[in-house]
Design a protein around this ligand. Structure first.
Ligand code: AHR
Length: 499
């Protein structure tokens, strides 16, 4: 049995947790939009053709910022193809995923769904084959009341009121050589700046995300970010970063330590923002938008990424297991610990394509990663506290030394939520939560997700192999909570505290 103490103090805060770190991402690819979210022939379809079963599952995850329509897809997407009468919308060959896009779902359908779900839309404009003007026209279409060409076009399409979309991404992964329209940082920075200026002339209240490095693995990592920021710093609010991880060496112990490198990536990217802010004497520091994150390493071979000219082909259909769920919780712990710099984060993606929700015809199952997101998302309100862990650690082959306990904590008035991952595959752990200036008085509620097989996963035949359960194995005495964790688990608990 490991014994670990989590030391907290209510005055040692990081920052308010921006609810947008519990964002999602819906891309026009594979069976994400078509079949996954939109399936008009389904018994579950609502009046707009969106699946009610999928909407109910998505509601449980309570996503905030929803990034749309891509991803690599957006770098060849023309928004005009997806508006107006459906019968006039063109079928287009999408080069990013070698698929056919019918454009049945476009801006207005997405916005109708977004409003139903209570999402904050986060639109990405095409800076691959698109122009600054095309992006600005789209913004006029979505945000301006009327009385000019594009705003009136929206009204003609039956949508009187503007959608008022305030969060926009200036392209996608433009540093990646795979990206349609990939260019060197200097060229991208110029087009991002032109686009940002034109968009702000159209609606000065928008917030903009500029493309930073999309992986730590490219030779331009951090250099790209510096160049782009030096050029665009006054025009943008957020710098994006992306990360997909995996158990490449089939070494669970090592894989569970990957959180160290997520922390490193956030801190290194934030350091670039800080340095540009100070050296260029700009008025504000650009914050981080971690707008694609997940586990993705099995379904990334040629057969998983090539749609072979088909409509809604099965692409990137990753099957998630218990160890992946622990890693997903680790991503969220890292975002919470870095609440001062990470303001937006989007799970990539939400349905079928590298997703927590998986459908087959009209059936649906919840994958393992669904549960930690649900457990943490419902406790996201409040201020992130600095966490000091005193307990055993191990040295991983790839990521250095890590504590067996991965953690974060959120204070919301007299409620404290703590999140744990016990990375030990065999040993249970007893965690004492001690608050320097307050006492834990009562358990409000807690859940956990655990198992003995790191490869356990849910299937249509056995959909409940891995799922979250109520956790009650806790004692509270002298203001200290002692929580017992099984090996290989994710825990989320909320307590009342008294100062
Ligand atoms: O989420 C899948 C793909 O991963 C996205 O389209 C792209 O931005 C990233 O490389």
């Amino acid at each position: 049995m490991h014994k670990t103490t989590l030391h907290l103090h209510t005055a040692f805060t990081v920052d308010r947790v921006d609810p947008r770190i519990f964002g999602g991402f819906l891309e026009h690819m594979g069976r994400a939009v078509n079949d996954g979210v939109y399936r008009p022939q389904s018994a579950h379809a609502d009046d707009l053709g969106f699946r009610k079963d999928v909407q109910a599952a998505l509601k449980r995850l309570d996503f905030t910022a929803m990034r749309y329509p891509g991803g690599n897809f957006v770098s060849g997407y023309h928004w005009l193809d997806g508006v107006g009468p459906r019968e006039n919308r063109p079928k287009v060959r999408d080069l990013a995923w070698q698929s056919i896009e019918t454009n049945e779902v476009g801006t207005n359908e997405f916005m109708q769904l977004s409003n139903r779900m209570g999402w904050t839309p986060m639109m990405a404009v095409n800076l691959g084959t698109g122009t600054p003007e095309e992006a600005r026209n789209w913004l006029e279409y979505t945000n301006i009341e009327g009385g000019s060409k594009w705003a009136d076009l929206r009204r003609e399409h039956g949508f009187e009121k503007p959608w008022d979309i305030k969060l926009w991404c200036l392209g996608n992964e433009m540093d990646g050589h795979w990206q349609i329209g990939h260019v060197p940082a200097e060229n991208y920075a110029i087009s991002a700046q032109q686009t940002a200026r034109m968009m702000r002339m159209c609606d000065p209240d928008i917030e903009l995300v500029v493309c930073g490095s999309c992986t730590t693995g490219l030779p331009t990592y951090l250099e790209w970010d510096r160049k782009v920021l030096e050029h665009c710093r006054d025009e943008v609010d957020y710098l994006s970063l992306h990360r997909y991880v995996g158990n490449h060496n089939d070494d669970t112990v090592d894989y569970l330590a990957v959180g160290n490198s997520i922390d490193d990536q956030i801190e290194a990217t934030d350091a670039v923002c800080h340095s540009v802010w100070k050296t260029k004497k700009t008025r504000k520091k650009v914050k981080l938008s971690f707008d694609e994150w997940n586990v993705w390493y099995r379904a990334n071979k040629a057969e998983h990424v090539d749609g072979k000219g088909k409509f809604a082909p099965p692409l990137l259909e990753e099957v998630y297991n218990l160890e992946d769920a622990l890693v997903a919780a680790g991503f969220l712990n890292s975002f919470i610990r870095h609440a001062d710099s990470v303001k937006i984060a989007n799970l990539a993606q939400i349905v079928n394509v590298i997703a927590p929700i998986f459908t087959r015809g009209d059936e649906m199952i919840l994958q393992t990663i669904f549960y930690p997101i649900e457990m943490m998302s419902k406790r996201r309100e409040g201020i992130s506290l600095q966490v000091q862990v005193e307990g055993p650690s191990y040295t991983s082959a790839s990521y250095g030394e890590v504590s067996f306990l991965d953690t974060s904590a959120i204070l919301n008035g007299d409620r404290l939520s703590v999140f744990f991952v016990n990375r030990d595959l065999e040993k249970p752990m007893e965690v004492q939560v001690k608050i320097g200036d307050a006492s834990v008085t009562e358990l409000v509620d807690a859940e956990f997700l655990a198992g003995t097989d790191p490869k356990a996963h849910n299937t249509f035949d056995a959909p409940h192999r891995v799922y979250s359960c109520v956790h009650e194995d806790v004692t509270i005495s002298n203001g200290v909570a002692t929580i017992s964790l099984p090996p290989m688990c994710v825990y989320a608990g909320t307590f009342k505290i008294e100062r």
